[in-house]
Structures are given as structure tokens and as C-alpha cells.
Design a protein around this ligand. Structure first.
Ligand code: HEC
Length: 238
């Protein structure tokens, strides 16, 4: 009799948990939001992001925040060479809308000598990142944003985590600029911070951790969930 009652309770608990997690998953997927870096094949639940457009708020500002406006460079305090790149309006002083070729912002990132930005030994923007900035300028350099391009069903390293790190963290966390002594530029390096809890603690803004990305907008709930699911699944190089 007692055993039966215990069994029944376990049964009810299991059903409740299943329903709860199922709901949570679908809710997460709908909430979505944030960056255009899902990078997978499953279409997100709701999105107004056009795959043909580059969005300033989602894609360009994070690149500039993590590669140009760190302390000692183009931030509010230092504004190296008089250049401050902390807001859209300030960035637009170096952009000719619709014309990347004539935009100082674009010209300096494609230089191949010592004058290029970010300056050596900092890593240059990747070909993909340069193309994104070029496209955004040529599309009119608007102060635009979109929501829902991120999908929590995608949580592999190559499909989600690597892009988030590359676009929002690596500028301050690479061997030439080791913020907090932390490297996030390779899988092995990211894994170290995943395993010691700092990666999740910092992006989820948990107490006891420095909130990341530093001096920039918090990652979207969807992006945080992607990283969390990747960690929970064993931080694989997948
Ligand atoms: C503008 C530069 C900058 C950006 C962008 C940035 N970080 Fe940091 N990060 C730092 C600095 C500097 C520290 C050292 C602690 C501090 O100053 O707050 C740090 C510390 C950390 C730590 C250690 C936290 C702790 O409490 O020990 C982690 C983990 C981290 N960053 C992860 C990230 C991740 C993930 C991103 C991208 C989502 C990111 N950072 C983006 C500069 C940056």
C-alpha cells in the first residue's frame, strides 16, 4: 500500500517535470531574440531578421564593442587618436552611408600594414567580419535591429558558441589581449572557462562573476541558453 503511494507520487512528479521542461523549451524557442548568429539549419520560431540584411544592433555594435572600444583604445576614457566608437552616432563620424570604400571605418580594418585596426599584434577582423561591416555600410549604415534570429535548438560549438565568442568576446579575450587572463579564441580555451563555471557565470551575470560582455549589452536569453545547453551537453568540440 505504502509502496504504491510512493510510486504514484514519483509518477506524478515525473509527469510534472516532463510537462514543465517541455513548456520551457518551447517558450525559450519563442522568446529567442538577439544576435543573427544562430548559424544552423533549423529555422527559428519567430523572426523578423532578413538573411540578406546586416543589423547594426545585433551584429555590428558587438563587433566594435569587443574589438575597438576596450579600455586603452576607442572608449569614452581613452578615445585613442581622438576616436570614440562607443555609440552609433560616434561610429557614423567614420562612415559614409552606402559607401564602404570611402568609409574610414572600413578602410582601416582592411589595411594590411601596421596601420590596420585593430592594431597588430591584435588579430585582424576575419574575412567574414570585414564583409559584414562592408555590407552594413553599403546597405545604408542604418541603426537597425531585428529579433528572433537565434534558435535554442542549435547549441553546438561550431553552430552557436564559436560565433558568439568570435563576434562578442574574442576581441578582449585572445592571446594578445587577455582580459582577466582568459582566452576565448579557440575551442580548447573556451572549454577551460566552460568547465570552471566562469563562462556561464559571467554571461548570465551571476553574483560572484564579472558581468560579460564587458561594457556592452548582455547576450540575449537565447544566446545564454545556447551556451548553457552546450556546457550541459559536455562542452563538446562539435
Ligand atoms: C571590452 C572587453 C571585453 C569584452 C567584449 C568581453 N570581456 Fe570578458 N573580461 C574582460 C576583462 C577586462 C576581464 C577581467 C575582469 C574585469 O575587468 O571585469 C574579463 C573577465 C572575463 C571572465 C572572468 C570572469 C570572472 O568572474 O572571473 C570571463 C569568463 C569572461 N570575461 C568571458 C567573456 C565572454 C564570454 C565575453 C563575450 C560574451 C566577454 N568576456 C567579453 C574584458 C572583456
Amino acid at each position: 500500500m505504502r509502496n504504491k503511494r510512493v510510486l504514484f507520487k514519483v509518477f506524478i512528479a515525473a509527469i510534472t517535470a516532463t510537462v514543465f521542461f517541455a513548456c520551457r523549451h518551447s517558450l525559450d524557442d519563442v522568446i529567442g531574440g538577439g544576435s543573427g548568429n544562430g548559424g544552423g539549419t533549423t529555422p527559428p520560431a519567430v523572426t523578423n531578421c532578413s538573411p540578406d540584411s546586416v543589423y547594426f544592433v545585433n551584429e555590428i555594435m558587438p563587433l566594435i564593442s569587443s574589438n575597438c572600444t576596450m579600455s586603452g583604445c576607442h572608449d569614452n576614457v581613452t578615445h585613442a587618436d581622438g576616436v570614440n566608437l562607443t555609440t552609433y552616432a560616434k561610429i557614423m563620424q567614420y562612415v559614409v552611408a552606402g559607401n564602404a570604400t570611402n568609409s574610414k571605418l572600413y578602410k582601416v580594418i582592411i589595411k594590411t600594414n601596421g596601420d590596420r585596426m585593430p592594431p597588430p599584434p591584435m588579430p585582424a577582423f576575419t574575412t567574414e567580419q570585414k564583409a559584414k561591416i562592408q555590407k552594413w555600410i553599403n546597405q545604408g549604415a542604418k541603426n537597425n535591429s531585428c529579433t528572433g534570429s537565434c534558435d535554442t535548438a542549435i547549441f553546438t560549438y561550431s553552430g552557436a558558441v564559436k560565433n558568439i565568442m568570435g563576434n562578442k568576446c574574442v576581441g578582449c579575450h585572445n592571446p594578445s589581449n587577455l582580459g582577466g587572463n582568459i582566452d576565448l579564441s579557440t575551442y580548447n580555451a573556451v572549454k577551460v572557462s566552460a568547465l570552471n563555471g566562469k563562462l556561464y557565470g559571467s554571461i548570465a551575470h551571476q553574483p560572484g562573476y564579472s558581468a560579460m560582455p564587458k561594457n556592452a549589452t548582455k547576450l540575449s536569453d537565447c544566446e545564454i541558453r545556447q551556451v548553457q545547453k552546450w556546457i550541459d551537453a559536455g562542452s563538446l568540440n562539435n
